[in-house]
Design a protein. Structure first.
Lengths: 358, 568
């Protein structure tokens, strides 16, 4: 549907802000470089204050970068004002024009482009069909639910056929159930329209469900970039591992390495690990163990004591102490399994392949 | 780390928007020329003479005992009026927000009281004060048989100003009381506090900064007021009237400039305290909306006395206003109470009433759209844009609020009678309608801008960003998004400017030339002469005009206003 899918490239982008309290400059975004393929769906993910929204607003043109250059479809766009950029943004607060009805809201961008009224009508009708708001043209924005308002905001951005579509936490004002429905919708519409999308969120499950590629940001810098699987299974840092999903961290020391396999000593227990890269005997290391990647059992790698055991229906939730470290374990489908109680001594058991070594 | 790339990019983007740049340059030029420059020239006039920089002028005027007297008079009146207006305003606000009095009659009274200061010309109350309580006053002479009562002087000014300004306090304090969360007071009641204890230990401390704010606002209004002291002051001169007399009577331009500087310093000081200290504080303590409706006081021992007190004051004020049209209908006020239309007829036959109304009407009508648009543009720039010079624009347009009309009038005389800096530049506007229109604009700009700013603050920034993002340039964003969303504010700016302009006198009386006949100047002249019949006839017609304008505005806002978009 888009005239032309455009890629977005950020080259060493930095943005400096002044702290209102200390009056000191700091990097809100620091040396961010990334290449977004035309037609792909990329999510900037991170906690609040990590610079993701600032990055998005620099692409839209609302903020100017202090260092670096932004390219849209190969053209440098640093000096262009937002109205001259081939981008369209879907805002967190929807930002619909309250004095217009749905039709006029969606037609706004087309009218600015001085299109023929007949063409505008056709385009608006088509796009409203795509977002599932047929026949609602005459409604005012305050007669719509939150989800419907978000669809109008999406339609309004899509209808001008921008080179890239920008989303600024578009679902954060919706309730949990609707968020799940809408993110599937957004993904479907993006695929159907075949448009490049940059999406900002702090919700990791949203990011995983919707993206071709996730970029995790921490304190203004990119912590890791990759597909959802790469990021989940091979986090590069504790921050990433902790931010995406839940993770247990166990500190240890490599006692032997042969090729990609090795043994890690954790509090006197030898644990076999695989998939090592460039690791040497004697290295300090951290094991990342996902709660669903381990079980509590009579036999296993690490001895532990159960301090919490809680039935959650689809899984049994355990908190166990391994030495001085708390390890959380979710044992799925607990029916017909042995259940350990608080105070029980047992072992944490896992497949070496489900452990990631940092 | 301090890279300037973003600054230079922002600049590039900014200058890529010629409409914005032009607007800002024109605005800054306008504000500098018509607000800053006339005030600056007063300073120059009063400090610089042929002998260079000197304090001679100040020394000279300070030696005038009449001027020293005027300063103390002004401050005394201002202080009393500030306290009295705040107290009466608080009474009304409290009764409205806390006491259950849902009768049609009381609601009507409160509405009228809040409406009066908007529609009435500034000196109406002085007129009726004299007609009711003066030597020939109906009440004093015919009801109480007092034949030598004098309303002129301190008490006259103080009473009239209090009655004129307390509605402003009432509206301000009503807003504050509404925002107090009732559960705070309920908690105090629950812990055993009596109703009066709740008032003194919870309600009052919460609105204390607000009371200070209301006090200073009326204080400034009082000392800047020209019309009332002029009519009812008698020999009791205030700063505003002294300045006027110094220039029209003594032709002492330097002296008048120096006096104006003194008056300006006082109002400016008050204004700064009010604006930057109390205003922020009074809203900071009361953020957010009340969580739910307040349980109104139904207790008769509270309700009845408060209601009676309010009714008396309100009825008194209303009576004073009603007195004006009657003044125009009686043959000779105080002596011959036969009804007559001769004053209304004379207004149009002998005193060129038609021209006076036409001149006032046309000049005000020209000033209103310009002011309304200008203040919306200023609010848009101040709230939604960042650029160098923004602070200047905001400060100067607010500064105009603290400048008494008389001071502005003297500034314009000194600043433009021989052209800008006596060069002849813009001299041609002096003595014409243009300068009167400019005065109207400058006088109403702060109110319009303030209402525009608070309306715009309510609007999510991303609504405009979204339009900008869709491809609209700044002019298009302003006309298609901003302006429609603050339509109410624009409309009220339109009408407020019209009403304020058509009822203005303080600066105008110094600048008007015989070529223009303005209603307010006429009323002032006839009232001074004691020709109350004619003065009242003029005032009555003026009130009808302003009342119609405000009513029309309310209908339009109800029908087409932005409130239609609100609510689910």
């Amino acid at each position: 549907m888009a005239k032309e899918k455009k890629g977005v490239r950020l080259e060493n982008i930095s943005k400096i802000y002044k702290d209102p309290k200390t009056k000191k400059n700091f990097y809100a975004v620091h040396d961010v470089s990334l290449d977004i393929e035309p037609g792909s769906f990329v999510t900037l993910l991170g906690p609040s204050g990590c610079g993701k929204t600032t990055t998005l607003r620099m692409i839209a043109g609302f903020e100017s970068p202090d260092e670096g250059e932004i390219y849209l479809g190969g053209e440098p766009i640093n000096a262009l004002t937002p109205n001259k950029r081939d981008t369209a943004m879907v805002f967190q607060s929807y930002a619909l024009l309250p004095h217009y009805n749905i039709f006029d809201n969606v037609a706004y961008g087309l009218k600015l482009r001085k299109m023929d009224p007949a063409v505008i009508k056709e385009k608006v009708t088509n796009i409203l069909k795509l977002v599932g708001l047929e026949g609602m043209e005459a409604r005012m924005t305050n007669q719509l639910s939150g989800g419907q308002q978000q669809r109008v905001a999406l339609a309004r951005a899509l209808v001008i056929e921008p080179g890239v579509l920008l989303f600024d936490e578009p679902l954060s004002n919706l309730d949990a159930k609707l968020r799940v429905t809408m993110r599937t919708e957004i993904r479907r519409i993006q695929q159907e329209a075949g448009i490049t999308a940059v999406y900002v969120t702090h919700d990791q499950s949203e990011a995983m469900a919707i993206s071709d590629k996730i970029i995790i940001m921490e304190k203004g810098v990119i912590a890791q970039m990759g597909t959802p699987q790469e990021i989940y299974y091979h986090p590069k840092s504790e921050f990433v591992a902790d931010f995406i999903g839940e993770a247990n961290f166990l500190k240890g020391k490599l006692t032997s390495v042969s090729g990609s396999e090795g043994t890690v000593d954790i509090g006197g227990n030898a644990v076999k690990v695989v998939d090592l890269k460039d690791r040497h005997e004697g290295d300090e290391c951290t094991l990342v163990l996902r709660p669903e990647g381990a079980v509590v059992a009579d036999k296993g790698q690490l001895p532990c004591e159960v301090i919490l055991s809680c039935f959650m229906g689809n899984y049994q939730n355990y908190h166990v102490m391994v030495g001085d470290d708390l390890v959380k374990i979710t044992d799925f489908n607990p029916k017909n399994k042995k259940i350990y109680n608080v105070g029980d001594r047992a072992f944490v058991a896992f497949d070496p392949a489900s452990v990631h070594v940092l | 780390m301090a890279s300037n790339q973003s600054a230079s990019l922002d600049r590039k983007k900014f200058f890529g928007d010629p409409i914005m740049v032009t607007t800002i340059v024109v605005l800054i030029a306008f504000l500098t020329l018509f607000i800053l420059y006339p005030l600056a020239i007063l300073l120059v006039d009063s400090f610089v003479t042929d002998k260079g920089f000197t304090l001679d002028v100040f020394r000279r005027i300070m030696q005038l005992s009449s001027f020293r007297k005027a300063i103390t008079n002004t401050l005394k009146v201002g202080f009393l009026v500030g306290i009295a207006s705040t107290a009466v305003g608080l009474l009304f606000a409290y009764v409205e927000e806390y006491v259950k009095l849902r009768t049609k009659f009381m609601e009507g009274l409160f509405k009228v009281v809040s409406m009066l200061p908007v529609v009435s010309p500034p000196f109406v109350l002085s007129l009726s004060m004299i007609m009711l309580f003066g030597k020939a006053g109906i009440i004093t002479r015919y009801l109480l048989h007092i034949y030598d009562n004098s309303v002129y002087g301190f008490w006259g000014i103080a009473i009239v100003q209090t009655l004129t300004f307390f509605p402003v306090c009432y509206m301000m304090l009503k807003g504050l009381l509404k925002n107090i969360d009732p559960s705070l007071e309920e908690a105090a009641r629950d812990m055993g506090a009596s109703r009066s204890k709740v008032f003194t230990s919870v309600t009052l401390p919460l609105i204390l900064p607000g009371l200070g704010n209301a006090f200073l606002v009326t204080f400034i209004e009082s000392i800047a007021d020209f019309a009332n002291p002029m009519i009812i002051g008698g020999s009791y001169d205030t700063l505003a009237t002294s300045i006027y007399l110094q220039i029209t009577g003594a032709y002492d331009k330097e002296g008048a400039s120096a006096m104006a500087v003194v008056l300006l310093c006082i109002t400016l000081l008050m204004f700064i305290v009010q604006k930057y200290y109390l205003e922020a504080k009074s809203t900071a303590t009361l953020t957010g909306k009340a969580s739910r409706a307040r349980m109104l006081i139904t207790d008769n021992s509270v309700k009845i006395p408060l209601t009676i007190l309010c009714s008396i004051i309100a009825l008194f004020v209303i009576m004073m206003y009603i007195c004006v049209p009657f003044g125009a209908l009686f043959k000779t006020w105080g002596y011959d109470f036969h009804l007559t239309t001769k004053w209304f007829v004379q207004v149009f036959t002998r005193y060129k009433g038609f021209k006076a109304f036409k001149d006032s009407f046309v000049l005000s009508l020209i000033a209103s759209p310009i002011t309304a648009l200008l203040s919306m543009i200023i609010s848009y720039l101040v709230v939604k844009r960042t650029f160098r010079g923004k602070g200047f624009i905001e400060a100067v347009s607010m500064l105009a609020m603290a400048v008494p009309g008389t001071v502005l009038g003297i500034g314009y005389i000194r600043g433009f009678s021989a052209g800008v800096f006596r060069t002849g530049f813009l001299q041609s506007i002096y003595g014409t309608g243009v300068i009167l229109i400019i005065v109207f604009i400058v006088r109403s700009l702060p109110t319009g801008t303030r209402s525009g700013i608070s309306a715009l603050r309510q609007i999510d920034k991303s609504i405009e960003e979204s339009a900008y993002d869709m491809g609209a340039d700044s002019l298009k964003v302003f006309t298609s998004v901003t302006l429609p969303l603050i339509k109410d504010s624009f409309l009220s700016g339109l009408v407020t400017t019209f009403v304020r302009s058509i009822t203005a006198i303080s600066a105008i009386i110094l600048l008007v030339t015989p070529q223009y006949l303005l209603i307010t100047v006429q009323i002032n002249e006839f009232a001074e002469k004691g020709a109350f019949g004619i003065a009242c006839a003029f005032a009555t017609i003026l009130i009808i005009i302003t009342y119609s304008a405000v009513t029309l505005m309310n209908i339009v806002i109800k029908r087409f206003g932005t409130s239609r978009y609100e609510g689910e």
